[in-house]
Design a protein around this ligand. Structure first.
Ligand code: ADP
Length: 444
């Protein structure tokens, strides 16, 4: 600054000397004053030009291109440029952080909507768009109550008690495909709200399934238990003859057996659900499965009806299957037992193992039984679902057989295919992927 003032005076002095010399012999003193005045005016004009360039640069706002001005104005330009660059960098950083933050919220599996003090949408992520059928742009600044019109939500929002969430149907919910959403409001900032939504459809379905399952199991156990308790009471209160006693004990044993089968099947299911899927290190000969099934089927058939069934087994290729021996035996036996139990005496049952054209292996059981009406087929593998309840009970069914078969099939990457025509019979087939099949090591 001192140097600048010094230079100003130097400039004036030079102007004064120049004026003095130019007016020498006429009016040297006036010439010196005029020279100093001209020097001051030019100094100010020059300074103003530089200031003008600096202001133009500031107005244009392009900080990358500062004016090349010397002196104090140049220094001011440099300071301003540095300040602006620091501010710009901070702005970029906070913008990047904001974008990262928004990207993280976008990636959230939960729907998130930010509401202003008046309940209008300020921002929402893609999941919220899907949950509520919103349009992320068009619906901005729209009141949430106009877009989520469920009365339960309206009451929840108006109530102001946001300690818990509220479960409402999603806008895409239909009776055949229900969608349930859990919505939770959280207060933040000044009157703002964060609205979180979660798809709880599968959770609620699983919960309903669990409740149904417990109710079904209780019901299945209570029936034989009640019968058993009745017999015990009768035997305690009545003096029965030997023949009656034997008959009652036989019936009691039957009920106990029923409960035993139910518990066995339940344990099998829980083992299947709780253990890792079978690997590729154990190979089971299909021949052994076929032999075991034939023996089991024939002995059940003889037990059920004196004339039995015509049971045949055909193995087109001698193969081995990678998987759990006990699970594959159990699934195959379940299918054969069902065929025997539901096919009237004298009917045909055929077991077949073959390799399909695409290399998959198929184990199938075809019977000439009553068949299954198409409306039952989608639900037939559900636990405790029965088409013919009384036939199932009479023959000692638990209602869990096909659920076990389906589970075993899925654990082996296989599929359970059911093909049935009422009155003509059924074919139940387990189709095993080619990767789990190889030629049997033992000769055919
Ligand atoms: P269950 O122990 O009652 O046999 P499953 O799960 O094995 O239970 O079978 C479910 C229902 O599917 C049975 O109750 C029966 O109505 C029907 N079903 C199964 N296999 C056959 C079959 N081979 N022929 C006709 N109906 C069958």
């Amino acid at each position: 600054m001192i140097w600048r003032v010094f230079r100003f005076f130097l400039f004036q002095l030079a102007g004064g000397i120049l004026g003095y010399r130019m007016a020498l012999g006429v009016h040297p003193l006036e010439g010196a004053v005029a020279g100093m005045f001209v020097a001051s005016a030019s100094w100010v004009a020059w300074d103003l030009t530089r200031a003008q360039r600096l202001f133009r640069w500031l107005r244009e706002g392009d900080i990358t291109n500062p004016p090349a001005v010397a002196g104090l104005w140049g220094e001011a330009a440099d300071r301003v440029r540095r300040l602006l660059r620091t501010r710009d960098r901070a702005l970029h950083e906070s913008e990047a952080r904001l974008q990262e933050f928004l990207a993280a919220i976008q990636a959230s599996p939960n729907g998130i909507i930010l509401l202003d003090g008046g309940g209008r949408i300020e921002w929402c992520n893609q999941t919220a768009v899907e949950h509520f059928g919103l349009d992320a742009r068009r619906d901005l600044q729209q009141h949430i109550g106009n877009l989520v019109r469920d009365p339960q939500f309206a009451a929840y929002q108006a109530g102001g008690d946001y300690a818990h969430d509220v479960a409402i149907p999603g806008p895409a919910s239909t009776s055949s495909r229900p969608v349930r959403l859990s919505v939770h409001l959280h207060r933040y900032g000044e009157g703002r709200k964060l609205m979180m939504s979660r798809d709880i459809t599968t959770l609620e379905q699983a919960d309903a399934m669990r409740r149904d399952f417990v109710a079904n199991v209780s019901h299945e156990i209570r029936t034989p238990l009640t019968v058993l308790a009745g017999f015990v009471e009768t035997m305690q209160s009545l003096a029965l003859g030997d023949a009656d006693r034997q008959r009652y004990l036989g019936l009691m044993a039957q009920q106990a057996q029923r409960m035993q089968s139910l518990v066995d099947d339940l344990l099998t299911l829980s083992r299947l659900e709780g253990s890792p899927p079978p690997g590729m290190d154990e190979w089971v000969d299909v021949r052994q499965i076929m032999e075991h099934c034939t023996l089991e089927g024939r002995s059940l058939s003889e037990m059920m009806a004196p004339q039995g069934h015509v049971l045949t087994a055909l193995m087109a290729q001698d193969c081995a299957v990678a998987g759990s021996r006990s699970e594959l035996f159990s699934a195959a036996v379940n299918l054969v037992n069902n065929a025997v139990r539901y096919t009237p005496a004298g009917g045909n049952i055929q077991l077949l193992w073959r390799i399909l054209e695409d290399g998959q292996g198929e184990f199938s059981v075809t019977d000439s039984g009553p068949g299954i009406a198409p409306e039952h087929l989608p639900r037939i593998t559900e636990r405790f679902y029965r088409v013919d309840r009384s036939r199932s009970r009479e023959t000692g069914g638990t209602g869990l057989g096909l659920a076990i078969v389906k589970h075993v099939a899925h654990r082996h990457g296989a599929q359970l295919r059911i093909d049935s025509t009422p009155g003509r019979g059924s074919t139940f087939a387990i189709v095993i992927p080619a990767s789990r099949i190889r030629a049997a090591s033992a000769p055919a």
